[in-house]
Design a protein around this ligand. Sequence first.
Ligand code: SF4
Length: 352
Amino acid sequence: MVSIENLPELANEVLGGRRLDLAEALEILALSDDRLLELLSAAFVIRRHFYGKQVKLNYLVNAKSGLCPEDCKYCSQAKGATSEIEKYSLLSANEMVARAEQAVKNGASTCCLVISGRGPSKREVQTVADATREIKQRWPGLKICACLGILQTGQAEQLRSAGVDRYNHNLNTAEEHYQEICSTHTYQQRVETVQAAKSAGISPCSGLIVGMQESATQLIQALFALRDIQADSIPINFLVPIPGTGLAANALPLTPQYCLKVLCVARLICPTVEIRCSAGREKHLRTLQPLSLYVANSWFVSDYLTTPGQAEELDHQMIRDAGFEIETIPGLSEAEVEAPCAAATACCGGSA
Ligand code: SF4
C-alpha cells in the first residue's frame, strides 16, 4: 500500500478498489497548495477512467420558493431567514415544462425540479409527476431529478412511475454536526429519504455543503457517509453566505485551492460516482473553475435556487476551452439547443 507521497500510485490503487481511510483522507485535504496540481492530476486519472472528458450539465428549476417551515441555517428560504428572495407557491405543471425547455436550450441533460419545504404534499407530488410525464413525452432523453424534501411512504414510487430518474436529498454535513445547522429535522430523516428513493428504483443523489463550520474530520465523515449510502451523484456545494441566513456571518473562509482539494478527496473516496461542482463554484473557485473539471464530471448551468450563477455562455466556453465535452441529450436535434458556445468565441440542500 502506497502513502499519499505517491499520488499517481494512489490513484491507481483507488482504481483497483482501494478505499481511503480517515487518516489518509485528512492528509490529502491538508496537502500543501504546492502539491495541488499533482493532486488534480491523480484525481483526473480516476475521473477520466470513469467519465472520459464528458461534462454533464444540470439545470435547476425553483418550482416553489421560500415559505419553508424548516430552519436550515444555510438556506435563504428557511423559517427565520430575512434574505431578500422571491417567494412563490408551487408552479403549475405547465410552468415546469416551460422551464424544462430552457434546460434543453442551455445544453443541460438533467433538469432538476426543486421545491422548498420540509416535504411534499400529495398535490405537490402529483404536480411534479404530471410535469415529469409531459417533459418525458417532449424530450425523452432529458433526465429528471426531483428535489422535494423528506418523502412519505409511497411518494418515491409515485415519482418513479411518472418517470423521475433521480432524487436529490443532501446529507449536507456529518451526522455529529447536523444539529448545529438544523433543528427541525434530523440527519436520520435525510438518510431515510435517500434510502426510500433508492428502494423505489430512483437513482439517489446526495451531497454536502462545505464551509458550515464543520471540522476537516466532519467533512470526511460526510463523504464516507455518502459513500456508504451509495449515492450515485454527489453535489458538492461551497457555502454562499447569503445575507439574512443563520450562517451568513460565520461561514468558514474558503480558498479556491481548498475547494479543489475537497473535490479531489471526494473523487478519491467515491471514485465511480458523478461528482458535481455545485453552488458556490463561481464565488469560491473564481478563475480556477475550469480546474474543477479535472475532478468533477458535472456542473450546474445558469442560476441556482435563489442566487445567480454565471452566464451559460461562459460555462460552455470554460468547458470547451479546457478541452472537455458537454454531454448531450440522446436524440435531440441541434435546433433544439441554443448552442451557447456560439458566444464562446438545489431546496433542499444547498443549491443556493
Ligand atoms: S434547505 Fe430545504 S428544508 Fe431546509 S430551509 Fe431550505 S427549503 Fe427548507
